[in-house]
Design a protein around this ligand. Sequence first.
Ligand SMILES: [Zn+2]
Length: 313
Amino acid sequence: MVFTAKGVAIPLLYSDAFLDHDTGPMHPERAGRLTAVVEALKEMPWSDRLDWVTPACRQGLDVRVGQLQSLRYVEAVKRLAEGGGGQIDADTVVSARSYDVALLALSAWLDGVDIVLERENASFVLARPPGHHATSRGGMGFCLFSNAAIAAHYALEKPGIERVAILDWDVHHGNGTQDICEKNPAIAYCSMHQAHFYPGTGHVDERGDHGNVLNLPMAAGSNLEQYLPVFDEQVMPFLKQFGADLLIVSAGYDATQADQLAGMSLQPEDYAVLTKRCLGLTRKILFGLEGGYDFDALGQAVAATLGAVINAD
Ligand SMILES: [Zn+2]
């Protein structure tokens, strides 16, 4: 544990280098998202309880990504970046620095795993690009490397870690995370997402090879009143029964009412409620940023998550 004058410090993994993944000024997933979150957090009355940790890029991550996605894909992203950049699909941009930044983002997720296990307390990875749409075949939907899935596999290499659960509350289904994890009985994946929406996966009948996947599509317009019964009666029992040694939350914040990329009606402060529920299950939670495109709502929602962690101490 690391203590501040007012209590336990909550690790926040962040680097200004994450701003260098340049998707262009009009792209929804642009650097300003992180800047907005950093500014919002610094204004919080508990900001001195945050322990800002700068990740360093780990060696050999290309191989690690290659094992779960493909080496051919990793090489393709690298070459695209070295050539000055380009697009993987209509939504997914690779700039000159994106390969290095995406590997640094993944490093931050892995550092986050280490820190959560070491301190036995929650941490937050404030990184980009996001990852939950990146499949074994390659990147898509703003995502390059499958951060949460790779972090879960990494955690399983640690002594005493036999089961890892991933809860994905981004408004979009994490098709990439599911794709990479659904065959592994040591990983559970649970997603709440807007039904009949991008990327078109995440049906209730997708249960994973071992019953280790739970998809909970939600009707457009859902607010906390609709979210909570599903959270309490389906998400929590599923996670409890699985009994993970580490919980990874793919923390996207695009289900807020203000977010223009989707049609849900959560308020930023609602994420404090969801976070408290998770903390009731375990303190060993790694939150990692996925989506969230209304800068103001994103900043407030991340703050609500971290505020709930800090106030739980
Ligand atoms: Zn999303």
